[in-house]
Design a protein around this ligand. Structure first.
Ligand code: IVH
Length: 675
């Protein structure tokens, strides 16, 4: 980019970032995610580094804002509310450990306390002799706002501390409880749905909604919005009364606060990394948003000894999971034909690292989506990628356009076999290639069959599959099992070793797990979980072939559309021939219990609300471990999981039937023990 172009781009970036900052910091609204804004800031920093004379004092890279808004009385915190420095990987955690180890040479640091970092707003609650006296927002860390009347409406905050035997001391004198006010993801969605119905502007995200709510002047309005408080700190005038964080959490629980029960004491880096791993994907199932973890010294005297640098204590860090959003340029759009013939627009992106991997393509779903979001070739776009999901375009940044962007025109012909693309009916959004023998469909079907969640055949990536099809060695997934080493050696891509390897890898999958095989067939609407349900319910392919619509409909999680799709697949002669072919080549799927089915045939009922996972997530997890999730207690129930605010009926019934009762914590332990 030459200097004149850079100057234009810098101006546009500054404007957009400033716009974001104003909405975020002053109006408590968000026009894009923090991660997307960070990505833009990064681009701006790089440009300014290249052309330092273009840096102006008003650039967002040149200032740090912190402003307290008026409307509530300002109150000084008894001790500063600190921030945390971020770390992003194992190395940086190690470096932190080394640093603090050197600062406390006489001490053997062997205990850390680790918790989920909640994405809400920090608040300090002051209790005098057990009574809630004042609630203060974080503000700038030194001075916050008195929001006591609003906080009182939050049901998870006790107006009076509970007086249990062990926690009595804390109802004497002054106790300050710090924690995070959060709005749950589900409540946020519901709230926005209601607002949409009432034609009100939508909220940007749960955190801003919670923050905006707490700063409303009318407590009635606050009471109407579901907010939760989760405690993470307990301060006393005599700090010796709370020796460890582990102890603080136990006391907080006893005093009547919600604390994250997954928080725990760990003793070394290995345990810290394990915790990080465990919550990498599971965190998406939590009721609230989080982007990382808090790791602190468990011993609070050591923590205090280490002191503070800038705004952050030395004795704690925030571990941040890799950002799942970034901005980049959309270079082009092409149409990809999937294994069911669906024509999906795919975005080609200027490569960008998201959540630790290089992303250069993203799905655009269908033409309607492109039009609805007004995505154009040449746009700077926000890209989202989480876990194993296919990267998606969130939105284009329209204000960064320079006029060179082009609208995408949907193809009328299949780019591979040139058949005319069709729609099933006029209001369908997906165009399809109607040609059953389209090479692209064959290729995608075989690639799917060999993919990780299906047969997981190593060495059968896109390029090899295409080469094998082009050489006419394969035309369907069954053909894979008939390839000879000599055939492979005729192709440029293979030498003796690589050919041998591929043949061995394929042979090793001759007795695949039934569920993986069913999934690998690529039947429409059959995802990995449904395939697993089908395998467990029917046990063999021949049974599945005979199954009726009614029998399918009785399987939990299988509705009309899925049942129809299965019946249709097995009614198709070509598909039956394919299954015969597999059989002839010696492929015999087996229904074995994988060793990880630690909850095999154990049935669970949940009563009351859970604090860390949604019911659906728990149900999924139980099923994935071979267990059964029931909605009511019967004599077949093995465990009743007792959450908060439990109903009387299920408990009574469980008692009568002698069903074992377990806590959410115990369930959590069961779900996470490896078999
Ligand atoms: S402990 C010295 N635990 O993160 C501060 N903080 O960046 C230690 N936060 O202002 C705080 N979840 O509002 C702690 N489980 C958790 C947290 C948590 C969210 C927030 C808190 C704090 C900020 C620090």
């Amino acid at each position: 980019m030459n200097k004149a172009k850079a100057k234009q781009r810098i101006e546009k970036l500054k404007q957009l970032i400033n716009d974001y900052r104003y909405h975020y910091h002053v109006l408590n609204q968000s026009i894009m995610s923090e991660e997307a804004a960070d990505s833009l800031k990064h681009e701006l920093t790089l440009l300014e580094e290249k052309y330092p004379d273009l840096i102006t004092p008003d650039s967002p890279t040149q200032r740090v804002v912190s402003a307290i808004s008026s409307g509530f009385q300002q109150v000084r915190h008894s001790s500063r509310m600190l921030s945390l420095n971020d770390v992003f990987n194992e190395q940086e955690i190690r470096a932190w450990q080394d640093r603090i180890g050197k600062l406390l040479p006489q001490t053997n640091i062997s205990q850390y306390f680790i918790d989920i970092k909640m994405d809400g707003l920090a608040c300090a609650l002051i209790y005098q002799d057990g009574h809630l006296e004042q609630a203060i927002t974080r503000g700038d860390g030194f001075v916050g706002e008195d929001v006591t009347n609003n906080i009182r409406t939050i049901e998870s905050i006790p107006l009076r501390l509970r007086q249990t035997k062990d926690a009595k001391l804390f109802s004497i004198g002054r106790s300050e409880i710090r924690g995070e006010i959060v709005m749950y993801k589900q409540d946020f969605i519901k709230l926005n749905e209601e607002r949409a119905k009432a034609n009100l502007p939508l909220f940007a995200n749960p955190r801003n909604t919670a923050a905006g709510t707490i700063r409303q002047l009318d407590p009635k309005l606050v009471a109407s919005r579901p907010l939760h408080f989760r405690a993470y700190d307990l301060l006393r005038d005599n700090s010796g009364e709370v020796p460890t964080n582990d102890y603080a959490y136990r006391v907080l629980h006893d005093l009547g606060f919600l604390v994250n029960y997954m928080a725990k004491e760990v003793s070394n880096l290995k345990d810290i990394l394990e915790f990080i791993d465990l919550w990498q994907d599971n965190r998406h199932e939590l009721p609230f948003n989080t982007d990382g973890l808090v790791i602190k010294l468990n011993n609070r005297e050591q923590f205090n000894q280490l002191g503070v640098v800038g705004k952050a204590p030395r004795g704690a860090i925030a571990y941040k999971y890799a950002a799942e959003q970034a901005t980049t340029k959309l270079q082009d759009i092409f149409i990809s034909i999937g294994r069911t013939g669906a024509a999906t627009p795919v975005a080609i992106l200027e490569p960008v690292i998201i959540a630790g991997s290089r992303v250069q393509m993203a799905t655009l779903h269908n033409q309607n989506e492109i039009e609805k979001k007004d995505i154009r070739i040449g746009d700077t776009v926000i890209v989202h990628k989480a876990g194993d999901i296919i990267p998606e375009i969130v939105e284009p940044l329209i204000s960064l356009r320079d006029g060179s962007e082009k609208k995408f025109k949907m193809y009328s012909l299949c780019p591979v076999c040139h058949s005319k693309l069709v729609k099933k009916d006029s209001d369908e959004v997906v165009w399809r290639c109607p040609n059953k023998n389209c090479p692209s469909r064959t290729w995608k079907a075989i690639e799917h069959f060999a993919s990780k969640q299906a047969l997981d055949i190593e060495g059968l990536g896109e390029k090899n599959v295409i080469a094998l099809i082009e050489a006419k060695l394969i035309n369907d997934p069954a053909d894979l099992f008939n390839i000879k080493q000599a055939d492979l050696l005729k192709l440029d891509r293979f030498a003796t070793v690589s050919a041998k390897k591929l043949i061995t890898n394929i042979k090793a999958k001759k007795t695949p797990q039934l569920s993986r095989f069913i999934y690998g067939l690529g039947i429409r609407h059959i995802g990995a979980q449904t395939a697993d349900d089908l395998a467990r319910r029917f046990g063999s392919l021949s049974k599945l072939e005979q199954v009726t619509f009614e029998q399918l409909n009785q399987v939990e999680g299988i509705g009309n559309i899925v049942a129809e799709s299965i019946i249709e697949w097995f009614a198709n002669q070509d598909n039956l021939k394919l299954l015969d072919k597999f059989n002839n080549f010696g492929v015999k799927p087996i229904q074995s219990q994988s060793p990880k089915k630690t909850l095999l045939n154990l049935s669970f009922v949940i009563t009351g609300s859970l604090t860390t996972m949604t019911r659906e997530a728990v149900a999924d997890k139980i099923r994935s471990l071979g267990g059964i999730f029931q909605s009511s207690v019967s004599k077949d129930t093995d465990y009743l999981v007792v959450g908060n605010n439990v109903g009387h009926n299920k408990l009574e019934k469980a008692k009568q039937l002698g069903v074992k009762q377990i806590s959410e914590q115990e369930l959590f332990n069961l779900l996470n023990t490896e078999g």
